[in-house]
Design a protein around this ligand. Structure first.
Ligand code: HEM
Length: 317
């Protein structure tokens, strides 16, 4: 029985770390595949005009281990360095049917995770000092988990139930394309909930909005086409639109919501999901928009890790 368990682990490892030709492939930033941390800080940076970002990026390669500090690089920075990553492009902006989905690009994103807020604050301060020659931090969102292992959104619904797991999570989130193998692409949006509006809805209406029953997380057969899980049913797309979601609640003063965080081997699945949510396909908008709205939206390339350091060879560094 014990031997059987060990065999399973070895098989999963091989799938995760080796491409088809059995040569070791660069690792991905492990925060992508790990369970959501207890606490996190999402922070974005602009690149300072007239500065050369290379030295700061090389310093970041050693400081961002991909596990406690995940780094994502925006399209503007990739092109400033004279390179192109085919999968990376501008975040789409939508406006219509009473919905605004903004595109708010940034040069750099760091996702700092941990379980001690003070330690995260100090880590962030040091990173800012290290990057100061070429980057300025423009946004900080402190995020957390709600209800321990249940990983709930602040509305009380479990978030992440239909996430792919094991080798499927790796195939969904991690690119194996030669040249960037081990990379991932991150779609991120800060959503702000109107909790007064949400609380004013009867609980069966809240369940219809999500398409699941909050009390037991059961999917509702009778949910309308606007229900969030009907809009985003990953297997209903052609091709299937799987993403690996690692979203976390945020709160500041009286404001709160969700930092929607999704990783993919490219951005196609996220974009297909978002288009259906805003009604681009059939004019039906996601019922989520009745109580929450996105304030930001950006895409980032999360480079692979080689020998414990970020591998920026795709950018010539
Ligand atoms: C405030 C924003 C959002 C909230 C509160 C939210 C919440 C939820 C909840 C409660 C579920 C059901 C449980 C689960 O499978 O995780 C869910 C499912 C899902 N959500 Fe969201 N979500 C938000 C935004 C988004 C966005 C922007 C996307 C993609 C563009 C998205 C994609 C998905 C997907 C793919 C599923 C699984 C659907 C399935 O295959 O059954 N969500 N979400």
């Amino acid at each position: 029985m014990i031997t059987f368990d060990i065999n399973i682990n070895i098989n999963i490892n091989i799938n995760v770390n080796l491409p088809h030709n059995n040569q070791a492939m660069p690792d991905c930033q492990t925060a992508i595949l790990k369970p959501i941390p207890a606490l996190a800080r999402y922070t974005t940076y602009i690149q300072l005009p007239g500065t050369d970002p290379r030295a700061a990026l090389l310093a970041l390669c050693g400081a961002a281990d991909g596990e406690r500090t995940l780094a994502g690089i925006g399209q503007s920075l990739v092109s400033l360095l004279g390179h192109r990553i085919d999968e990376l492009h501008a975040f789409p902006q939508f406006s219509g049917r009473g919905i605004d989905v903004p595109s708010t690009p940034a040069a750099l994103l760091l996702w700092l995770s941990g379980d001690d807020r003070g330690e995260i604050v100090h880590r962030h301060r040091k990173l800012n000092e290290m990057l100061a020659g070429a980057f300025r931090c423009t946004q900080v969102i402190d995020a957390f988990t709600f209800d321990g292992h249940a990983r709930r959104d602040l509305t009380g619904y479990e978030d992440g139930t239909e996430n792919p797991e094991g080798p499927k999570a790796v195939a969904t989130a991690i690119s194996q394309r030669p040249g960037i193998a081990g990379s991932s692409f991150l779609a991120i949006q800060q959503w702000e909930h109107d909790m007064h509006r949400f609380d004013a809805m009867p609980s069966h209406e809240q369940d219809q909005c999500i398409g699941r029953r909050r009390t037991d997380n059961e999917e509702l057969d009778t949910a309308p086409a606007s229900a969030h899980v009907k809009r985003t049913a990953q297997e209903s797309f052609d091709p299937e639109a799987f993403v690996l979601r690692r979203s976390m609640p945020w709160a500041e003063g009286e404001r709160c919501g969700l930092v929607f965080t999704a990783f993919g081997a490219n951005l196609d699945a996220f974009e297909a999901l978002l288009k259906r949510m805003v009604g681009e396909e059939d004019g039906i908008t996601d019922a989520l928009f009745s109580f929450t709205r996105p304030l930001t939206g950006a895409y980032f390339w999360c480079p692979p890790v080689q020998g414990g350091k970020l591998d920026l060879s795709a950018l010539g560094l």
